[in-house]
Design a protein around this ligand. Sequence first.
Ligand code: G3I
Length: 383
Amino acid sequence: MKLRRQLAAAAATAAVLMLVPSAVATASPDKHPKVPADSLRALGAQQKLGIGTAVDDARLGSDRAYTDLVANQFSVVTAENAMKWESVEPARGSYDWAAADRLVSFAGQHGQQVRGHTLLWHNQLPSWLTTGVDDGTVTKGQLREILRKHVTDEVTHFRGRIWQWDVANEVFANSWDPNPLPDGLNGDDFWIRNLGEGVVADVFRWAHQADPKALLFYNDYNISGQDGTNAKFRAVHDFVAKLRAQGVPIDGVGEQGHLDTQYGFDAQRFQADLQSYGDLGLKVAVTEADVRTFVNNSTEQVPTSQPAAFAQPFEFSEMLKGCQLVDQCISFTAWGVYDGDSWIPGTFAGTGYGLLYDVDKAPKPAYYALQQDLRLGARPQKH
Ligand code: G3I
């Protein structure tokens, strides 16, 4: 197809040009009139690809440079934390939508679409819920009803304003998890352990009832190309195929895309796996892209190895190209705007430099690599 041919022919040129910022500005079909024509969002719009970022609500509005980058460079936003259960219902029965509402309203003002993140996850649950399950004051029957209410209330609150929901997140076992179930679900996952495997299909059904137009995604990491044996990909693929066959309202699969240069990356397999999900009739998205590497310290985040400094933008670019080459891939989201506001240094000590902008919010080689990929993908054919 057209885009494939253009990318293949231009790949060598891209490798040479990817560090060079270009002043060429093209006409933008982006719905929002004020975005720069050579921004990621404007270039992505030329090929109908959403370009997203996770947003830290504490910085939105209070940090001008940050806010401008979110508005000007991205056409899709994901709440990094503000839509998670502990954020929206810190005390039982008492909702706090303020931070998430601010983001959704910001997106409306800036012509952006929203990825809702996330409804069913073992992490960042409110302590009233986990404590209640631990001490037995919340029974299994009550837990199921509490979850149904949570999904219904949250999706209803944002009804009509969310493009894609990450309905279920990270319920499959990794190679190092001790208790995988026969179909690859993680037997130790909070929700699977307490409510059984059927809970995954149920949350999709509840979400669909609350907002029939939202696209409903299963979201996870290491499910396209990164897992050595590809066992996690295979498990997710077969599970979502089964859901589809059963008529469960699932629309897509989100590959998070958290890479680390020390492990290498099989870009062909990444693309092939995304395509396999697409071949099931599902949409796909890269939902949380970042590429970490070893750095001098968490404040400056200067890569300690020269080859790794080249691998970082290369792997970012390979992920984007994998998405561009799969017709069903509808958005590509980085997990944060700049290195000074990334989850990486706090979680993987000694690593960082994972995003598109550095600790001073200056664009990095990864930014220019993506910009170049998007330009090449949108280029009209010469012959
Ligand atoms: O809100 C509290 C604040 O009150 C407190 O003062 C502060 C002190 O540490 O902590 C704040 O909570 C932190 C929260 O982010 C909000 O900033 C938590 O400690 C921190 O653990 C939490 O980290 C988030 C992490 O998910 C939790 O697992 C990261 O920001 C967020 O980027 C990360 O995102 C996940 C995706 O949702 C799912 N996929 C993996 C991805 C990376 O882990």
